[in-house]
Design a binder for this molecule. Structure first.
Ligand SMILES: [Zn+2]
Ligand SMILES: [Zn+2]
Length: 118
């Protein structure tokens, strides 16, 4: 793993938000002023294909990147804010209904976040 890859992985893993390429770039730049956006882009894509980070594609939003720790997402229908949520694991329930082994699932719950409810 290259120096940049390791730093980017660390940024994504420690971030509480779901960062866009620009946000990752701006964070890394504080540490590595010479880094260019294309390098960040290439390294992030490499991390995605190595399954070390997850690309979150949500309709109507630009791609965001997330840690691989199993968790689910709540997405606000009004402001688009994405929050992590840890539901109990549904793998065995889904496998039972499907009658076969699954690789995983991606749960996205749409709701109105507390800020938008006000
Ligand atoms: Zn909201
Ligand atoms: Zn997440």
């Amino acid at each position: 793993m290259t120096k940049y890859e390791a730093k980017i992985l660390d940024i994504i893993n420690t971030s509480q938000k779901h960062m866009t390429i620009d946000e990752i770039y701006n964070t890394l730049k504080q540490d590595e002023p010479k880094v260019v956006l294309a390098t960040v882009y290439n390294n992030v894509n490499k991390l995605v294909s190595n399954r070390q980070v997850i690309k979150l594609s949500i309709e109507g939003q630009i791609d965001r990147y997330d840690k691989v720790t199993k968790h689910d997402h709540l997405i606000c229908s009004v402001c688009g804010k994405i929050s992590d949520f840890y539901f109990s694991d549904l793998t065995s329930k889904l496998e039972k209904e499907l009658g076969g082994v699954i690789d995983g699932y991606d749960l996205r719950i749409r709701y109105v976040c507390p800020d938008c409810k006000k």
